[in-house]
Design a binder for this molecule. Structure first.
Ligand code: UD1
Length: 369
């Protein structure tokens, strides 16, 4: 009667940590890591900092095209499920590991639990949107982070009794670890020396960028860099560069353009506590990440989302987020507003209170019974 938890990529780790901690002792647990992310900076560090138990099994799938990666995870996950016959498989988020393991569970008729269900960008060109829709169709038990998710699920024919609004487990992690966040000074000193610290004394912005739509196409990436140049003339920008983005910059020769921008402080991807520290003290965050839109809302830090849409509308309606796309006029006008007034005030969304994993535990125990 084990609940088999699955992780694969960076944004999964801060979600699974509080769930496993809450279920520990009440339900037999196992952890499967697909190996979608494998670098020290993309995963090892997160296991350590978040106190996630050592995975029972690592499928070591690595990188490839979306279809290859999804298919390969399925092939490697099926014998694991077959041998262990878990009572349920629990997946989080919307990465390729999520849909791959969800499909295997469904085909083996193992009940599936999806945490962070029902989020929709309504943009099917986004790989995660496909993963979200399909995973929710396969799940028996769906845990949601905001109220719009229930409407989305009901519209897609999911039975109401399966949906539980529990809040946001990622915010459980944030609240638990906030006091241990690494000071920005420390991070700048480590990767940029005294000059880096000096550059940011009167405030800085944090940038992350990794969506295929933004980085894979060289002309788009070039126009984002020119926007970045303009932003960095107003405020220094700390930019931890995702491996996908690093590869795209290298491929297109644009890394040279970036290196010449004196107001942009590039560094390799940073750990969870480092990113928390950077966000917590930033004047603003610019990002195309899903999770960081929510984390900035929880921290009360203004966020500019460099996408045309968001699957997390509560961060715009109630939080500190503004969705601008990569249109320079829009980004720069929101930037000026933030620098002048501090940006949108925002409030903490309902049930983002650090107790989401406990609500999941209650619902899960009820469901197993
Ligand atoms: C994946 C998720 C995305 C999530 C992101 C966070 C999907 C469809 N996408 O995108 O939702 O926001 O993770 O990071 O699942 N690479 C490394 N080391 C690693 C992992 C990847 O160098 O440990 C490089 C490889 O060149 C790889 C590329 O990054 O091809 C992309 O990795 P991949 O797992 O395919 O997707 P992400 O862009 O990270």
């Amino acid at each position: 009667n084990t609940v088999m938890c699955v992780v694969g990529a960076r944004p999964n780790f801060m979600k699974i940590a509080p769930i496993m901690a809450a279920l520990e002792g009440s339900v037999p647990l196992s952890l499967v890591h697909t190996g979608q992310h494998y670098d020290t900076r993309m995963q090892t560090l997160f296991f350590q900092q978040l106190g996630i138990p050592e995975p029972d099994i690592n499928l070591e799938v690595g990188s490839g095209s979306h279809s290859w990666q999804t298919a390969e995870i399925m092939q490697r996950f099926e014998p694991v499920v077959e041998a262990a016959t878990p009572a349920a498989v629990l997946v989080v988020g919307d990465v390729n590991s999520t849909i791959a393991c969800a499909l295997v569970a469904a085909k083996r008729q193992i009940p599936l639990i999806h945490v962070e269900a029902g989020l929709r960008s309504f943009d099917r060109s986004m790989p995660e949107e496909i993963n979200r829709i399909l995973t929710d169709q396969l799940a028996q038990l769906l845990f949601t982070t905001e109220r719009t998710a229930r409407e989305n699920l009901l519209r897609e024919g999911v039975e109401e009794r399966r949906i539980h609004f529990v809040g946001n487990v990622m915010i459980d992690s944030l609240l638990k670890h906030r006091s241990k966040a690494v000071a920005p000074r420390e991070i700048l000193l480590r990767s940029k020396g005294d000059a880096g610290v000096d550059a940011c004394t009167s405030g800085y912005a944090v940038l992350t960028l990794h969506r295929p739509a933004n980085v894979d196409d060289a002309p788009t990436l070039r126009s984002i860099l020119s926007l970045l140049q303009q932003v960095s003339e107003r405020i220094p920008v700390i930019f931890p560069v995702h491996p996908r983005t690093a590869a795209a910059l290298e491929r297109s020769g644009l890394h040279q353009v970036l290196e010449q921008m004196s107001g942009v402080l590039c560094m390799p991807p940073v750990g969870y506590l480092e990113m928390l520290g950077l966000m917590n003290k930033a004047r603003l965050v610019l990002t195309d990440s899903g999770g960081m839109q929510e984390e900035t809302t929880a921290l009360g830090i203004p966020c500019i989302t460099l996408r045309d849409n968001t699957e997390r509308p509560i961060t715009v309606e109630e939080g500190t987020n503004t969705v601008t796309g990569i249109v320079p006029e829009r980004v720069l006008s929101v930037l000026e507003d933030i620098l002048a007034t501090g940006g949108k005030a925002g409030r903490i969304p309902e049930l983002w209170d650090g107790r989401a994993a406990l609500r999941i535990k209650e619902a899960l125990l009820e469901w197993i019974r």
